[in-house]
Design a protein around this ligand. Structure first.
Ligand code: DGL
Length: 261
């Protein structure tokens, strides 16, 4: 296995930080760069072409910063741009956030599985197609939940409003009978607590932990015992975003502004 020098992660905003957080637990000794494309947030409502174009620019940037393994820490980008990125940058390793979760669900015990995602992710049919190929016994019930990302990015976590909106979505008959739920957007793990009382008897799939385990398989442990500082970049910098990142994830590091072409 070729030793990974630096891991680059990207998302439209805060969501990919759920993946970064899980990754820091298993691979603290490998340098990482996080890019939040706040200028183009939300990705979930954009066309595939737009998401592919933003993602390509970001990966070029991360590559120029020395990243040799890229975690596409966004379901919408994984679905819309994963293949394009792999073709465009054959010299880089890519891990998307869909394949490891599909693998885990396909090998699990739940037969009826719900998926919440952005419009772009649900529209792509990526989860359903990949799951069907691995385990045709499992029935996937998908629902686009476009209000959830703005709620999170606008700081509504903990207000109770996020519980009401989530309840509205979870009451959708499409999800009737599910035994497990995949948070199919990297922002959604932040709603685990809000979902708690609404999901009695339904297992919440820990997507960031599953993805982090997959990344770890591709890396050696890095510099042992040393926790390396992660660098954070944004395409647009607003005080509200910085405040929310600090409040939600305890990120004290500086975010650097790096606008892409
Ligand atoms: N966190 C992203 C995802 O996993 C994108 C959310 C958005 O920007 O719409 O899909």
């Amino acid at each position: 296995m070729k030793a990974v020098q630096k891991i680059g992660l990207f998302d439209s905003g805060l969501g990919g930080l759920t993946v970064l957080q899980a990754l820091e637990k298993v691979l603290p000794g490998i340098p990482k760069i996080y890019y939040g494309d706040t200028l183009h947030l939300p990705y979930g409502d954009k066309s595939d072409a737009a998401i592919q174009s933003y993602s390509t620019e970001i990966v070029s940037f991360l590559k120029n910063q020395g990243c040799d393994l890229i975690v596409i820490a966004c379901n919408s980008a994984s679905a819309a741009a994963g293949k394009v990125l792999e073709e465009r940058f054959p010299e880089l390793q890519f891990i998307n956030v869909i394949d490891p979760v599909v693998e885990a669900v396909a090998g699990g015990t739940h037969q009826q599985v719900g998926l919440l995602g952005t419009r772009a992710t649900v529209r792509s049919g990526a989860y359903a197609r990949k799951l069907q190929a691995k385990n045709a016994q499992i029935q996937l019930k998908s629902l686009a939940t476009p209000l959830l990302v703005p709620l999170i990015e606008d700081g509504f976590l903990g207000t109770g409003i996020e519980v009401q909106v989530l309840q509205h979505y979870l009451n959708d008959p499409v999800l009737d009978g599910i035994e497990a739920l995949v948070p199919g957007c990297t922002h959604y793990p932040l709603l685990k607590e809000a979902a708690g009382s609404l999901l009695e008897g339904v297992a919440w799939i820990d997507a960031p932990a599953i993805v982090a385990q997959e990344v770890a398989k591709h890396c050696s442990a890095g510099v042992e015992g040393e926790e390396l500082e992660t660098k954070f970049y944004l395409s647009d910098k607003t005080p509200s975003f910085l405040e929310l990142a600090a409040k939600t994830f305890g990120i004290k590091a500086q975010w650097e502004l790096s606008q892409l072409d």
